[in-house]
Design a protein around this ligand. Sequence first.
Ligand SMILES: Cc1ncc(COP(=O)(O)O)c(C=O)c1O
Length: 389
Amino acid sequence: MNQHARIDRTPIPFIDVAAQRRRLGGRIDAAVARVLAHCQFILGPEVRTLEAALAEFCGARHAVTCASGTDALALVLMAKGIGPSDAVICPSFTFCATAEVVALVGATPVFADVDAATFNIAPDSAARAVATARRAGLTPRMIIPVDLFGLPADHEAINALAAAERLFVLDDAAQGFGGVAGNRNVGTLANATATSFFPAKPLGCYGDGGAVFTDDDDMREIVASLRVHGHGADKYDNVRIGLSARLDTIQAAVLIEKLKIFPDEIAERNRIAQRYGQALGDVVMVPAVPKGLVSVWAQYTVRIKAGTRAAFAAALKAEGIPTAIYYPKPLHRQQAYRHYPSADGGLPVSDLLADEVISLPMHAYLDEATQDRVIAAVRRAVGQCSTAF
Ligand SMILES: Cc1ncc(COP(=O)(O)O)c(C=O)c1O
């Protein structure tokens, strides 16, 4: 019998948002209905309830919700008064929003390279980026490590660098909320943390949303003011230039319900990642999780030989398995960012990863039979496309 005739090619989702909806649908519908009944759509009671629950979840003193992960980053930069002549160190291998907010406030992003095993900012390159910034006549004021694909960055090393160089550390945890480093949660690993509740994120809402975490009372006050046009004593008292960046009450109601099952989902994601690692570690380069860290697996990203990726993705697609490339071009190669400085020595790992990475389906509802299909398809594609290094 023809082997191909037995392969199930029914398309599967990359992230199955609908599966979670089936589990939680009734509770979320009821929570949204309560908002529709009380009609406090902006900064209603659910927003405060969610902020308290988020802060308790991660152990931060304060959580201030806002309209997106990008706004969360921008609010912290604005609160710190970052602007022209300031440099902010960030990785090149990340989503554009990390550096975009720096440019938006008029400061200069200075790109650092990442570590080939963790994909996160490399402390030695970050140190070189600080020197690069100074030589360019800029004042290095902040560093933004990114918890890429859900894995906490090397915060210990970054905090040590920041202490030596007097930098403020803003953790871009858009992909990493729920992660753990040692006995501390993401949200408490830096001076301030920004996360995103975009629907595809590990903790996502049904639209856009984000939050800032901090232990600093003053930072909490300023961020809360900035998210509503820089208000003072009341909303018609304007004490600083701000944004319109509130989280909708309906999104808060959705997130309150989702946060209740988030620990269970994180455990599922880790079980699924471990299965991928065991089944694929001999045929592709599977992601490494350093000792003491817990990832939330926003993405499950493997590496294959450069030049083989298009064929590999096509072979998987032919079996109904979607893939994604995060990220095909590092920021220091992007038209909008390539004029900004990069750390001395260049960013060879960011360039390499951009050619080698490919992400496989990953979500908390990936059942074993479906995951086995992905695994079998990957193993077949590896053979067909000569992806081995
Ligand atoms: C690393 C990183 N930073 C920032 C953001 C921005 O978040 P949002 O899309 O909620 O504005 C994202 C979202 O994709 C991200 O992945």
